[in-house]
Design a protein around this ligand. Structure first.
Ligand code: ISE
Length: 345
């Protein structure tokens, strides 16, 4: 059975997702490309051979010939579109964040609880990255004993002037909020944020979080790192540590120097992760069993909750408590063996 997908949003991420679905996910059929800009939708739709091109997202997600909706429109439209897709009986993969506010995330959760089925997933693709997968597998295999700390670096080459320190927390760091929580299987209970001094519009932001199990997680987000897209991570346990070891590029030893190439942004660095995530999402719909690694709407809510507390922590200059509400029964799932993922083909 092929799963017919409507992609809403034909910008940077929507175009990338649509290309992956059309070319790298055998069980998916690219049914609709929808974008507020008709020209952009037509351009992408024709390039990828989508069956239909639309400009109205509500019309796109309610079509009878659509089974699933991939939402890659502006962040503040995510919650309303996810809820509308649920009401139309569709499956959803929503780019992160599920919503920029906790209140809107909660509305999606309430809609899913009313439906009584988990149909919304959030695009925290790092859960499928081969390097993070190796880290999680080694942790589950007991290689480093009890995990104590996780160090994270998240660097972009440059960010536009309007990208603030607050957005480093609400737009960039959610990837680390999610992967830390996924790795450690524990919710955060506090966050502290500091921002270094810089003449530039956005200076690096440094966060320290504590989990309910007493682990420490630190995150540096530097969106003007200048030299390349660079994501690093190390998990430190009682008996050893696991380093992500990415990026995966060759090292050039030339002219008495050794040099490493970096990607320009997150799409090439996480191309395997996006492909594996989108395949897992579509295969889960086709066979009726969602992949347990996919981030749920609850995971999306938890990350927005941390981001909101982080923005307050930055503005107030003080540690903020994070109070995660009790997890609704719909989101409880048995702890599963983490599948061993083969690296890219
Ligand atoms: C961007 O929105 C993303 O989602 C990227 O994955 C991340 O690396 C970048 O920092 C964000 O701004």
């Amino acid at each position: 059975m092929s799963v017919r997908v409507a992609v809403i949003g034909a910008g940077v991420m929507g175009a990338d997702h649509a290309r992956i679905l059309a070319k790298d996910v055998p069980a998916a059929q690219l049914q609709v490309i929808c974008d507020a800009s008709e020209a952009r939708a037509i351009d992408l739709g024709e390039t990828l051979g989508a069956k239909h091109v639309l400009t109205d997202p509500m019309a796109a997600l309610s079509r009878d010939d659509v089974d699933a909706v991939l939402i890659a429109s502006p962040d503040d439209t995510h919650a309303a579109l996810s809820i509308a897709a649920l009401q139309a009986g569709k499956h959803v993969l929503c780019e992160k964040p599920l919503a920029p506010t906790y209140a809107d995330c909660l509305r999606v959760i309430e809609a899913e609880i009313r439906l009584g089925e988990r149909r919304v997933h959030v695009g925290f693709m790092r859960r499928f990255d081969p390097a993070y997968t190796a880290m999680k597998t080694a942790l589950n295999d007991g290689l480093i004993g009890r995990p104590l700390m996780m160090h994270n670096f998240h660097r972009n080459v440059s960010a536009p002037d309007w990208f603030t320190g607050q957005m480093a927390i609400s737009n960039s760091a959610p990837h680390e909020f999610d992967i830390g929580r996924f790795m450690l299987c524990s919710d955060y209970v506090s966050i502290t944020v500091a921002q270094s001094a810089s003449g530039r519009t956005i200076a690096p932001v440094f966060m320290t979080l504590e989990t309910a199990d007493g682990q420490l997680v630190n995150i540096e987000v530097n969106n003007n790192a200048a030299y390349g897209y660079d994501v690093r991570g190390e998990l430190v346990g009682e008996a050893g540590s696991i380093d992500l070891g990415a990026p995966k590029h060759a090292t050039y030893n030339v002219s008495l120097q050794s040099a490493q190439r970096f990607d320009e942004d997150w799409r090439p660095r996480f191309s395997d992760a996006y492909r594996l995530q989108n395949r897992a999402w579509i295969d889960g719909i086709a066979n009726g069993t969602p992949d347990p690694r996919l981030a749920t709407a609850w995971d999306g809510l938890c990350s927005t909750l941390v981001a909101e507390a982080g923005v307050i922590a930055l503005e107030a200059g003080s540690k903020q408590a994070i109070k995660t509400p009790a997890k609704p029964a719909l989101y409880e799932q048995k702890r599963q063996e983490f599948p061993r993922e083969e690296p890219a083909e």
